[in-house]
Structure formats: structure tokens, C-alpha cells
Design a protein around this ligand. Structure first.
Ligand code: HEC
Ligand SMILES: [Cu+2]
Length: 322
């Protein structure tokens, strides 16, 4: 029992201790401690209730015919005990949750701050320097804040390793933060069922050493990508505009038709006609997707106002997908 009390006491002051040690808290650790606290308390309560219950059921069972149980008026001592003890336990859980929630929602000062925009079915990541990537969020070691929103339906951004998860709601900005202490690659999942491509909506948080991150920023600045050949620029656009979320380029199944070998091929349309996938059709499809819908597919694309030079780059890239 002593150890139990010590454990609970430790749990209670844990957030404070973590704060004192290094000034940036780690809510991931807090969540784990919280889970242990809840598991320990509920297990102990469960045993305290169940063991005597089984014992009494056996001991005080009816042994002879018309037996009548003793009439018990009540017990002041017992009643006070079983009011105060649960009160303390619940207060403990409450205080611990509150301390943890504070850490979880209050972003540390001078936090690295990136933005992630969800769309069916991919994530666009925007670094503080304005570098756009798809399904890969890079950040240096340390606390990372991520501002979240969505272009179409409700998605979510969940990184189990950091014990964070937040919905991404169209027309609204939400956020989360986590304390990334070690370089590495951590899995991101969409945890709101958002449509047929939901299960493919996975991404990565890539935590780099500070120098590595700076080098990556240098390599990917706007000037660097402006001088790219059209096919490579097209590939970047295909990713950043989210086409990749619905059109695989490898021939794998995806919510929309795969783009492997699509250029120059014939496509049957829902209206019974056939069309060759050429430059004109691809451009039309981006600007006004509802006019010509592919047979056996649902219309899922939103009209997208892409500049002509960018459209040319996309077409150049699609041509390379043989
Ligand atoms: C939300 C999912 C989604 C996104 C994002 C998306 N598409 Fe599509 N796309 C589809 C689906 C589904 C179809 C088939 C139904 C249709 O024709 O509308 C399709 C069809 C097409 C076709 C016709 C393909 C064929 O085989 O004939 C083209 C071309 C196309 N999309 C281009 C694009 C481009 C370029 C982008 C990015 C700017 C894009 N799509 C983004 C879902 C998507
Ligand atoms: Cu989603």
C-alpha cells in the first residue's frame, strides 16, 4: 500500500518535476503516466470491490431453508471512508489531467511552426520558410507546432509516437504541438474516416538534426525550384496540388485512375463516348472536372484554378509516366 501511495504521489508531481528539469515539457510522457495512473487506480478499485464481493457471496449464501439476513442500519465510519477515498482519487486524476492538458495545449515559446493542409487524400506540408512538400513534414529536433486545416472534408493529423492527434476542419485552423527529442521518421495517420482513400492517407514527420534541416532548407528554396526542368516542376506540382493523393503513378490502385501510361491512352467516359487522354483533356479535367467523367468512377475532383505554365508542367510530367 505504501508503494501505491508513493506511485500516486509521484504521478501527481510528475508534470511539475518534468517542468523543473527542462523548461520544455513533454506531454507524450505525461499521457503515458496518465494511462498508468488510470490503470493502477482502476485495477486497485476493481480488486477492492470484487474480492470481498466473491468472498461475501460464498460466506453469506443461504445455507438452510427460510433464512433471513441480519438488518444493518448503516455505518458512519464506512460511509465517510468510501466517500472521502474516491473523492481523493478522482481529485488526483483531475489534477493530473489538468496539468497534462495545460502542457498539451500551451505551445512553448519560440516553437518551430509549420502548417499542414489536408485534402482528399494527402497532406500538404508548408515549412516556416515556405517550402511545400507532400506527405513529408520536416522539422529540426525540438518542440514543433503544427497548424492544421483542410481543403475539403474533415481529416485529422495523428502522430502516435508523439501521442498527439487533432482534427483538420475546413474553414478553421486548429493546432497541435509535440516535443521531438530525437531525429527519426515518425508515422502520421488520418484518423477521421474521410472517404475511399482514407486508408492511404498516411504521411511522415521527419525530425532532422538542426544542421541537416538548415541544409534541406537551402536546397529547396524557391529560387532552386524555379529553375527546374518542366517535368520536375510538374512532379512537384502533381504532389503539392494533391493529385498524387488520388492518382497513383506506379500503376497501383488508387481512388482515381492510375496515371501510369495514361498519356495518349483511350478512356471510356460515363456518357458512353471515348476520349484520348491528351494535353487538352488533362487541362480541361483540372479546370472543370465535372464535364467529362471517367466511366465507373465517381466525380471527386474539385475545379482547380491552376496557372497555364503550371498546367504545362503537369502535362510534361504526366507524359513521363510510362
Ligand atoms: C479527391 C481525389 C482526386 C484528386 C485530388 C484529383 N483527382 Fe483527378 N480524378 C479523380 C477521379 C475519381 C477521377 C475519375 C472520375 C472523373 O473522371 O472525375 C479522376 C480523373 C482524372 C483524369 C482523367 C483520367 C483518365 O484516366 O481519363 C485526369 C486527367 C485527372 N483526374 C487529373 C487530375 C489532376 C491533374 C489532379 C491534380 C491537380 C487531380 N486529377 C486531382 C480523383 C481526383
Ligand atoms: Cu483523411
Amino acid at each position: 500500500m505504501n508503494r501505491f501511495i508513493m506511485l500516486i504521489a509521484a504521478q501527481l508531481v510528475l508534470p511539475a518535476v518534468a517542468m523543473a528539469k527542462d523548461s520544455i515539457p513533454d506531454p507524450a510522457k505525461g499521457w503515458d503516466a496518465h494511462l498508468i495512473l488510470l490503470t493502477v487506480i482502476s485495477t486497485v478499485v476493481y480488486l477492492i470491490v470484487t474480492i470481498p464481493l466473491i468472498y461475501f457471496v460464498i460466506k453469506y449464501r443461504r445455507k438452510k431453508g427460510n433464512e433471513v439476513g441480519a438488518y444493518i442500519e448503516g455505518s458512519v465510519g464506512l460511509e465517510i471512508t468510501w466517500t472521502i477515498v474516491p473523492f481523493i482519487l478522482i481529485a488526483l486524476i483531475g489534477v493530473h489531467s489538468w496539468a497534462l492538458f495545460n502542457d498539451y495545449r500551451n505551445v512553448p515559446k519560440d516553437c518551430f511552426e509549420a502548417k499542414v493542409i489536408a485534402q482528399s487524400f494527402s497532406y500538404e506540408m508548408i515549412s516556416p520558410e515556405g517550402i511545400r512538400t507532400v506527405n513529408e513534414l520536416r522539422a529540426p529536433v525540438g518542440p514543433v507546432k503544427v497548424n492544421l486545416t483542410s481543403k475539403d472534408v474533415i481529416h485529422s493529423f495523428a502522430v502516435p509516437h508523439f501521442r498527439v492527434r487533432e482534427d483538420m476542419v475546413p474553414g478553421r485552423e486548429t493546432y497541435l504541438w509535440f516535443n521531438a527529442k530525437d531525429p527519426g521518421t515518425y508515422e502520421v495517420f488520418c484518423s477521421q474516416y474521410c472517404g475511399v482513400g482514407h486508408s492511404q492517407m498516411q504521411a511522415k514527420v521527419i525530425i532532422l538534426k538542426k544542421e541537416e534541416y538548415d541544409a534541406w532548407v537551402k536546397q529547396n528554396t524557391a529560387e532552386a525550384s524555379a529553375s527546374l526542368p518542366p517535368e520536375e516542376k510538374g512532379k512537384k506540382l502533381f504532389e503539392s496540388l494533391g493529385c498524387i493523393g488520388c492518382h497513383s503513378v506506379t500503376g497501383d490502385k488508387s481512388p482515381g485512375p492510375t496515371f501510369k501510361g495514361v498519356f495518349g491512352s483511350k478512356t471510356a467516359l460515363a456518357d458512353g463516348t471515348e476520349i484520348v487522354v491528351d494535353e487538352t483533356f488533362i487541362k480541361e479535367k483540372v479546370k472543370n472536372p465535372k464535364d467529362k467523367v471517367v466511366k465507373d468512377y465517381q466525380l471527386m475532383m474539385q475545379p482547380n484554378n491552376v496557372m497555364d505554365t503550371d498546367l504545362n508542367a503537369i502535362v510534361a510530367y504526366v507524359k513521363t509516366l510510362k
